[in-house]
Design a protein around this ligand. Structure first.
Ligand SMILES: Nc1nc2c(ncn2[C@@H]2O[C@H](COP(=O)(O)OP(=O)(O)OP(=O)(O)O)[C@@H](O)[C@H]2O)c(=O)[nH]1
Ligand SMILES: [K+]
Ligand SMILES: [Mg+2]
Length: 522
């Protein structure tokens, strides 16, 4: 029952007192004051090289290299003669750009010099910049760090940017762009908002519950709240405010349940994003002489493995990173699986089996003309038939069965053969069937790595997984808590992990939510 009235100043004072005593301010770190400069395009001879500066002396630096001319209009390229301010020596005729903060990549004043890419020009301009007072060379990643400090990028966006720079395959690029776009951060932000609301409710109950100013069912948690306009007071009885539209706040328990479900679903997917970032483990296996090494060479477009008509050629596991149908993969060639061979080959077979255990995707290769042989039958029985039921690293393995040497197959097709699961026909010699294999690989890898063009944003790093798991654990503690203070603490810990994920923090927004969601007038 509402028996008293809340006044905004009283609430603000209480909320502020609590929010200040609990945690330090989340204020952004102040700018270091130094202005940094660096070559931002790649090293080496190139058509155009881009040199950037960031910091308060960017404007003076730009002016001093252009013989004191006025700054160009913001964000608009101008052709200028660059010269060394100390010697006056001309350096290059270049395009210059001026990005006054905060509308720049770092949030600070920035300048860009697009110069001719010869090493002498680049080093001349860098030297000239180093002579401008207040300028120093940038540390690795310092531009991005400043962008983060000034709130231009969240931590997950910073990671996306790093991944974009390092992306080698199309799928990696798409994923990195999505992350840079802030998708994962937005998702975490939405989750954190849900927790902030829940926490605000629990804390309001702790603070104001004893004053009987809050209804019992704020926590149990299906209470309807009544929104009132400025100047009005709050009332709990619909009959008292018949003309005002009610709005239901999400009950705390059910929002925690919803969040647990969402986090659980994301964590089940967790390895996929990491595979996309670092490559899926694709292991090529099969009986001796099936053409495994030939397939590895074909897929990697280089002679990684020795190919020979002699069975037992490959002994060690040979790994090569490849772009498979747009997805990054670590392709492993292995020894042909067979029994009763010498100790060296036996060790090769042992290693091959160990590698199979770690595979995300198995490329099982058989000789299409040799399906009835003991080694083929044994491979089908021991590896292919069992792939569904083992999951060594928690996620289920996948397998593509490839029948190789299609070019040697008689026109009648496959000879006497055991019952086969679905398969693809291929010739490593003629390349026939390769397109279908690549298409099948693309589908499999989209499942294994997650398809960055569709579906929810992926957790590309172990760090993401850690914080989401810790958030989920804390929500478990909320459920077990038998006391409001412990519940609030669990929610705070859970929210802290989401904040860490995106590199943010702060608790000020709790107060905002109290004002907004509890609709205290005045
Ligand atoms: N005609 C034909 N020969 C092939 C094909 N693929 C591989 N071969 C030949 O089959 C033989 C064995 O090929 P490898 O790639 O060494 O086979 P492997 O499975 O790696 O053999 P091990 O490492 O000994 O287990 C070589 O002589 C290849 O040239 C194919 O598609 N058609
Ligand atoms: K061979
Ligand atoms: Mg081989």
């Amino acid at each position: 029952m509402w028996r008293g009235l809340w006044t905004l100043p009283a609430l603000a004072a209480r909320g502020l007192r609590r929010s200040c005593s609990r945690q330090g301010s989340g204020a952004p770190a102040p700018s270091s004051g130094a202005t940094i400069f660096a070559l931002s395009s790649g090293q080496g001879r190139c058509g155009v090289a881009v040199i950037r500066t960031s910091g308060p002396a960017s404007g003076p630096a730009l002016r001093s290299l252009t013989a004191g001319r006025d700054l160009p209009p913001a964000r608009s390229a101008r052709l200028r003669l660059l010269s060394d301010p100390r010697s006056g020596e001309p350096l290059d005729r270049a395009l210059v750009l001026w990005f006054p903060g905060p509308q720049s990549f770092t949030g600070e004043d920035c300048a860009e010099f697009h110069v001719h890419g010869g090493p002498a020009v680049v080093s001349g301009v860098l030297q000239a910049l180093s002579g401008v007072p207040g300028l120093r060379p940038a540390e690795a990643g310092e531009f991005t760090r400043r962008a983060f400090t000034h709130g231009k990028l969240s931590l997950t966006e910073v990671e996306g940017l790093a991944d974009l720079i390092h992306a080698e395959t199309e799928a990696q690029r798409r994923q990195a762009l999505r992350q840079l776009d802030g998708e994962l951060g937005r998702l975490c932000h939405d989750w954190a908002e849900t927790l902030t609301t829940a926490l605000a409710h629990v804390e309001a109950y702790i603070d104001f519950g004893e004053d009987d100013n809050l209804e019992e069912d704020v926590l149990e948690r299906g209470g309807a709240y009544w929104s009132v306009g400025a100047g009005d007071t709050l009332a709990s009885q619909p009959s008292e405010l018949p003309s005002l539209p009610p709005f239901c706040l999400p009950p705390v328990d059910s929002s925690v349940r919803g969040l647990q479900a969402a986090l659980g679903a994301h964590l089940r997917d967790a390895r996929r994003g990491q595979r996309l970032r670092s490559g899926a483990h694709v292991v090529v296996a099969g009986p001796p002489n099936a053409g495994k090494s030939s397939l590895v060479n074909l897929l990697s477009r280089k002679p990684v493995s020795i190919v020979s008509p002699e069975p037992g050629t490959t002994r060690d596991v040979l790994e090569t990173p490849v772009d498979l149908a747009g997805f990054p993969a670590l392709l492993s060639d292995t020894a042909g699986l067979r029994e009763g061979v010498g100790p060296v080959e036996q060790e090769g077979v042992r290693r091959a089996r160990a590698r199979l255990e770690q595979a995300d995707l198995i490329l099982a290769v058989l000789d299409a003309c040799d399906l009835a042989s003991p080694s083929s039958c044994n491979f089908l029985d021991t590896v292919v038939a069992h792939v569904g039921d083992r999951s060594p690293n928690g996620s289920s393995q996948r397998l593509l069965l490839v029948l190789n040497k299609l070019d040697l197959l008689p026109s009648e097709g496959l000879g006497p053969s055991p019952d086969l699961p679905p398969y693809l026909l291929l010739s490593c010699v003629t390349g026939e069937g390769l397109d279908s294999l690549l298409e099948a690989l693309r589908k499999e890898l989209a499942t294994v790595c997650g398809d960055p063009s569709t579906g929810p944003p992926l957790l590309t790093r172990a760090r993401h997984q850690y914080h989401l798991q810790s958030c989920l654990d804390a929500l478990g503690h909320y459920k077990e808590a038998r006391d409001l203070a412990l519940e609030a603490e669990a929610l705070r810990v859970a929210r802290g992990h989401l904040a860490h994920l995106t590199g943010g923090g702060g608790t000020e927004e709790i107060l905002d939510v109290i004002f907004r969601d509890f609709c205290v007038g005045k």
